[in-house]
Ligand binder design. Structure first.
Ligand SMILES: [Zn+2]
Length: 381
């Protein structure tokens, strides 16, 4: 449970934010809302608002710590049960969360904490989803892609292209499996694989979908040198050989001749290559974001109550490239607070370094105090 004094203070600050900032929602009258408290992200759902003014009035009256919205559009968004809502279609949404990446740093700092490495890795996943899959493979225009920071440790990518709105959950699952490289049949891409006396034929860089992606990634790894090849699971000796004959190997791949990459442990090799290219989406419960048209997801530009950061809507892909959540998603920039920190790793916020702290009373900027208290690492001193 969040400490009561911390909860009261946080609500006061959240109220101040919602008073000074408008959270505007497109077609708000067709959306279902869910609200949560500090312990449960969605405590009540099936709520609806006639317009943005009514929504704002509710935010100021109730100051819910977590605010979620349906990825779906409905005729009667407050109808119950679900069948009575009159489903009109759903955005296709990808939920990318750093904890799904199984990074080495997470073994050190635990799943509740998030470090710069986690944040940069998940940003790369988001860029990969958009630039490697949604735009080239699905033909989605970048104007129809909305990117939001989740407010904690990930990104939500919304596809606003109406061609995707009517997809059922099975079709959504197929899209998510495609991004995850699930059920990818390597023998379709490399027809002669495993046939010992035949030359290895494979995809060329200009092929569409996974084939072209594998060819392009392999070429860029060969150009990138030894370290990048080893990262793909190629042993040092083979890597050196590939680099030595670089021009010839690349020319081969460009024409679909992969014989020079006839590595001994083929299954491991291709498994590794594909793994570096797939998108790791939120597993377990949140996987439903992509697959279920009925899912609720954080409203852009509302506060994440586990961090006090704003789930900021990013204007463009280049905005995402430059985005630093621990700076650009800070909202409570005024004032300082004295807090009693039980235990916290080193923290970088607003280009400054804080901690590590261990059973100590410190005076820090409000945004750092709220961040540590909402992460349950500190209380008011
Ligand atoms: Zn980390």
């Amino acid at each position: 449970m969040l400490d009561q004094r911390v909860a009261d203070l946080a609500r006061l600050k959240f109220h101040e934010y919602y008073q000074n900032n408008d959270v505007l929602i497109d077609q708000i009258e067709k959306r279902e809302f869910g609200f949560g408290d500090f312990e449960t992200k969605i405590r009540r759902r099936h709520m609806a608002f006639r317009n943005n003014d009514a929504f704002k009035r509710y935010l100021l009256l109730d100051v819910p710590p977590f605010i979620s919205i349906s990825t779906a559009y409905y005729r009667n968004p407050d109808g119950r049960p679900m069948e009575n809502k009159g489903w009109l279609g759903s955005e296709l949404v990808f939920d990318l969360d750093a904890t799904d990446l199984n990074l080495n740093c997470q073994k050190e700092h635990g799943r509740n904490w998030i470090c710069e490495n986690c944040l940069s890795a998940i940003k790369n996943e988001a860029l990969k989803t958009i630039e490697e899959f949604l735009i080239p493979d699905f033909g989605i225009s970048k104007n129809n892609i909305e990117i939001n920071f989740s407010g904690n440790r990930g990104y939500h990518i919304h596809v606003k292209d109406r061609d995707f709105f009517s997809l059922n959950s099975n079709a959504r699952k197929q899209i998510s499996d495609y991004l995850n490289g699930k059920d990818l049949d390597i023998r379709v891409l490399f027809p002669t694989i495993g046939e010992r006396l035949k030359a290895l034929k494979g995809p060329t860089p200009t092929d569409g979908g996974w084939g072209g992606r594998i060819a392009r990634t392999t070429i860029s790894a060969i150009n990138g040198g030894n370290e990048q090849l080893v990262k793909l699971g190629i042993d040092g000796k083979t890597a050196r050989k590939l680099i030595k004959n670089k021009a010839e190997v690349i020319m081969g791949i460009t024409t679909g001749n992969w014989d020079s990459i006839n590595v001994p442990k083929k299954a491991d090799f291709w498994g590794n290559i594909i793994n570096t290219m797939t998108v790791s989406q939120t597993s377990a419960i949140d996987k439903n974001v992509t697959n279920s048209p009925e899912h609720l997801i954080r409203v852009a530009n509302t506060i994440h109550a586990d961090t006090g950061l704003v789930a900021k809507k990013l204007k463009s892909i280049s905005d995402l490239e430059k985005f630093d959540p621990m700076k650009d998603a800070i909202i409570f920039k005024n004032g300082r607070m004295r807090i009693n920190v039980s235990n916290a790793n080193k923290l970088y916020m607003n280009d400054m370094e804080f901690g590590p702290y261990n059973n100590i009373v410190v005076e820090v900027p409000t945004y750092v105090a709220l961040y540590l208290m909402l992460k349950r690492c500190a209380v008011l001193a």
